[in-house]
Design a protein around this ligand. Structure first.
Ligand code: BTN
Length: 262
C-alpha cells in the first residue's frame, strides 16, 4: 500500500474547531477506533475527542459487517460526543456525518449520500459511517461517530468480494490525496455540522442531507431484518426516516439497508 503516514502535529496544531479536537488520540493499530472511543468515554474523555488509527484489525461496519482497514490505505476516524439532548440528537448524528463527509471530500470527488449513510460515487462505496449510542457512560450518555474512507486503494487492493462495489479517492480523483488533508477537512466539517445541529436543529440538516442525495424519485429495495420492501424514495421525514411509496402506500423507515436500482 502507498506510504502516507498521518502528520499528527499538523492535525493537532492546525485544525481550528469549536468542539471537536478537544483531545486527539493516534494509534498505529487498534481493533476499532469506535471501540477505542467507547473505552475513552468510560474513562471520561472530553467531548470532541478524535481517535484515528493507521490500521484497524477488527474494523466494524454496519449490520455486524467488517470494514476493510489496511495500514495507511484509508482514513479510520471516530469522534466521541456527549450530545446535550441525547434522545433527540443521536438519530441525526448519522445524517450529520454524511453531510460533513460529502463536504470534506468535495474538492476530490462528487460523492452522494445513500440512506442511512453511505457515500457513493457512481454507485460505488467510498465511505461508510457507523454511529453508536452509549447510554451507560458516566457522567452521561455518549455517542461515537465512526467514519471510514477508502483513500489509497487500487481496485486490486480490495478483497475480491468488494471489488464490484467499492471505490477509493485514488480511483475517483486519479491521484493520491494525503490522509492528513482528508482528516483535517473532515474534522472541521464535522465540527461545523455538529455546531449547526445544536444551534439550529434538525430541519436544516434534513435539507442539507437531501440536497446531497440522488435517491429521491428512485426505486429502492429496503431490507430490515427478515423484511424486504420495494418502493420509490419520497423524502426524509422530520425524524430522519426514509419515506417510501410502496404498493401499500407511504411508509417511513427508521432503520434498514437500501439498495438502489442502477
Ligand atoms: C459501514 O458502511 O458499514 C460503516 C463503516 C464504518 C467504518 C468506520 S472506520 C472508523 C470506525 N471504526 C470502526 O470500527 N468502524 C468505523
Amino acid at each position: 500500500m502507498f506510504q502516507d503516514p498521518l502528520d499528527t502535529v499538523f492535525l493537532v496544531e492546525n485544525t481550528k474547531t469549536r468542539r471537536l479536537g478537544a483531545r486527539w488520540v493516534f494509534e498505529k493499530e487498534t481493533p476499532s477506533t469506535n471501540d477505542l472511543a467507547r473505552q475513552l468515554a468510560n474513562e471520561q474523555a472530553p467531548e470532541g475527542t478524535v481517535v484515528i488509527a493507521e490500521a484497524q484489525s477488527k474494523g466494524k461496519g454496519r449490520q455486524g459487517r467488517s470494514w476493510n482497514s489496511p495500514a495507511q490505505g484509508g482514513l479510520y476516524l471516530s469522534i466521541l460526543l456527549y450530545p446535550p439532548t441525547t434522545q433527540e440528537t443521536v438519530p441525526f448524528l448519522t445524517l450529520l456525518a454524511g453531510v460533513a463527509a460529502v463536504n470534506a471530500l468535495k474538492d476530490c470527488c462528487e460523492a452522494s449520500l445513500k440512506w442511512p449513510n453511505d457515500l457513493l460515487v457512481q454507485h460505488k462505496k467510498l465511505c461508510g459511517i457507523l454511529c453508536e449510542y452509549l447510554p451507560d457512560t458516566t457522567p452521561g450518555p455518549a455517542a461515537v461517530i465512526g467514519v471510514g474512507i477508502n483513500v489509497h486503494q487500487n481496485i486490486s487492493d480490495f478483497p475480491q468480494e468488494l471489488q464490484e462495489t467499492a471505490t477509493s479517492l485514488l480511483m475517483e480523483a486519479g491521484r493520491h490525496i494525503p490522509r492528513t488533508t482528508i482528516a483535517h477537512r473532515l474534522v472541521i466539517a464535522l465540527d461545523q455540522e455538529y455546531g449547526e445541529l445544536l444551534n439550529s436543529g434538525s430541519p436544516q440538516l434534513i435539507r442539507k442531507w437531501s440536497e446531497r442525495s440522488q435517491m429521491f424519485g428512485k426505486e429502492v429495495t429496503l431490507t430490515q431484518g427478515p423484511r424486504t420492501v420495494q418502493g420509490v424514495v419520497k423524502r426524509l421525514d422530520s425524524q430522519g426516516r426514509l419515506v417510501l411509496e410502496t404498493s401499500q402506500g407511504e411508509e417511513a423507515f427508521s432503520a434498514g439497508e437500501t439498495s438502489l436500482k442502477k
